[in-house]
Design a protein around this ligand. Structure first.
Ligand code: VGL
Ligand code: ZN
Length: 205
């Protein structure tokens, strides 16, 4: 796509937020997203370029206590997933991580679900403290946590760029992923591909 869409080349003031790339959301996991692992290659390319420039990476993780209210046995909409400290809650080992990444745990309270990485977490304060004004958002799932995080970030006054080839949707109803991307665009998020961003990084200014 075109270079203009990304806006200024990623630099100070920008962060890459990787939402919930955890075993339970990938094929074979408790809430495995079909084709979810297809995001790993483009996402890792962007992570590598991002780190080469010393830019900050934030990883959110769904981090529920056992018996969380969102689980079926408690009357919630989901099978048990991402229980804190379990293998299902671990980040996928294929993800290019670094000890410098900021990890944000969310939905940690037993009686309350939270899809947004900004809901009940220190993320907004951290972004403020680090002077981050624009978030590049990738990860899982487009129609739940990516959508909620992107629209929350817009409400918080941040510029938001959604990486459409580095997100994947649960698709409880067919089309949920596309609808979520449409809603994010309508709320003022910029929708681009990882290649758009990589191209912008190669030709700054
Ligand atoms: C999510 C369903 C339940 C997500 C989390 O990360 O998108 N989806 N919990
Ligand atoms: Zn969850």
């Amino acid at each position: 796509m075109n270079r203009e869409q990304v806006g200024p080349a990623p630099d100070r003031g920008d962060a890459l937020l990787v939402v919930d790339v955890q075993n339970d959301f990938l094929p074979g996991g408790a809430l495995g997203i079909a084709g979810g692992d297809a995001i790993l290659a483009p996402l890792n390319r962007l992570l590598d370029a991002w780190r080469t420039r010393g830019l900050p990476v934030i990883l959110s993780r769904d981090w529920h206590p056992a018996g969380h209210c969102s689980f079926h046995p408690q009357g919630g909409p989901w099978p048990d997933h991402c229980v804190a400290g379990t293998r299902g809650a671990d980040f996928d080992t294929r993800l290019h991580r670094s000890p410098d990444d900021l990890v944000i745990s969310k939905a940690t309270e037993p009686g309350r679900d939270a899809y947004s990485a900004l809901d009940g977490t220190p993320l907004a304060a951290e972004l403020d403290r680090r002077g981050i004004r624009r978030l590049f958002v990738a990860g899982l799932a487009t129609d739940y946590c990516v959508r909620a995080t992107g629209s929350d970030a817009r409400r918080a006054g941040l510029d938001v760029v959604v990486l459409r080839d580095a997100v994947a949707a649960v698709e409880a109803r067919p089309g949920d992923g596309e609808r979520a991307v449409g809603e994010l665009a309508a709320s003022g998020c910029t929708i681009v591909t990882t290649d758009d961003v990589l191209a912008a990084m190669e030709t700054p200014g």
